[in-house]
Design a protein around this ligand. Structure first.
Ligand SMILES: [Zn+2]
Ligand SMILES: [Zn+2]
Length: 315
């Protein structure tokens, strides 16, 4: 089950020659979701091979560097003859924003566009995972971060052991895999733990959006496989970060450290930082060891945690 993120834009506020404004594509087993859609996102999608058949766009907030691209993207979808619905998600205000966007285009999109307004604590249920928005403190905006949380997977089923126990292939295998004990025709009772490994946790990916480092982000990211946190500024602009409702790289690393995540990716850099944002990475590394500064086009795979498995062990 593949899960990866593609950074389509990594610049704060305005694009630079090397960085577009914010958008992140999440690709999970062929399904694509966008988080934010800054101006020019559709060209970045073409450049980096992100499908226009995507079904969902999640907005962290409605500052222009996160939303302006949606108008052009929807217009292109319309020209492509799209008929399938597009689901938009974001905090309150999304419906009004989309009405204005539609008015600007002077016509309807030609395919259903759902604007779903969310409160922190809501859950978007999907097949195999869910998306949980959480509150982020960003200059009084109703800003949301998003946690993508996969369901726990069934333990690994061992057909060789099932055969060795003389269990016929068929419905009994399915019941064992789901953790149910079975009784064979000869009266033997087989406990699932004897031939099914322990259940395996799903992955958790958390995207902060714009904002100050916060307890809600720490809670949402607890034990996450990947935290994507904004790092608009470096240490020398710490006061400015507070003033503008953003985070420094060091503050983002502190969130990662407190939450105990496996990996931190920084993004949303002020235009003053160089292409590789090396100084921001250095500052974050002083707090947390597993840091990457995103650049446009960067793809981050999210593997399952390595799990040692003992069949028949305590679960
Ligand atoms: Zn922004
Ligand atoms: Zn913002």
């Amino acid at each position: 089950m593949s899960l990866s993120l593609r950074f389509l834009g990594t610049s704060a506020s305005r694009p630079t020659v090397e960085r577009n404004v914010t958008s992140i594509a999440i690709v999970r087993e062929g399904e694509t979701l966008l988080v934010d859609c800054g101006e020019g996102t559709q060209r970045q999608m073409m450049r980096y091979g992100i499908s226009f058949t995507l079904g969902d766009i999640l907005f962290t907030h409605y500052h222009t560097d996160h939303v302006l691209g949606v108008i052009g993207l929807l217009r292109t979808m319309q020209l492509q003859g799209r008929t399938t619905p597009l689901r938009l998600w974001g905090a309150r205000g999304l419906g009004r924003f989309m009405q204005r966007a539609e008015a600007l285009c002077g016509e309807r999109w030609g395919f259903p566009v759902e604007a779903n307004e969310l409160d922190p604590g809501a859950t978007i249920a999907r097949t195999g995972y869910e998306i949980r928005p959480f509150a982020v403190d960003h200059r009084g905006a109703r800003a949301l971060g998003y946690a993508l949380v996969e369901q726990t997977r069934l333990g690994r089923f061992h057909p060789d052991l099932a055969r060795a126990h003389g269990i016929p292939e068929g419905p009994l295998w399915g019941r064992l895999h789901r953790g149910e004990p079975i009784t064979l025709d000869d009266g033997r009772v087989i406990d699932a733990a004897t031939l099914v490994g322990p259940s395996r946790p799903g992955r958790r990916v958390v995207i902060s959006g714009d904002g100050r480092p916060g307890d809600e982000t720490v809670a949402a990211a607890a034990g996450a496989d990947l935290l994507v946190h904004e790092a608009t500024f470096g240490d020398e602009e710490a006061a400015r970060a507070i003033e503008t409702g953003h985070s420094t790289a060091r503050e983002a690393a502190t969130v990662a450290e407190r939450a105990g995540v496996r990996r931190l990716v920084l993004t949303h850099f002020s235009a003053r930082y160089t292409r590789d944002a090396a100084e921001l990475e250095t500052q974050a590394l002083e707090v947390f060891p597993h840091v990457t500064c995103a650049r446009d086009g960067l793809e981050i795979e999210v593997p399952f945690p390595v799990q040692t498995e003992e069949v028949g062990a305590e679960r």
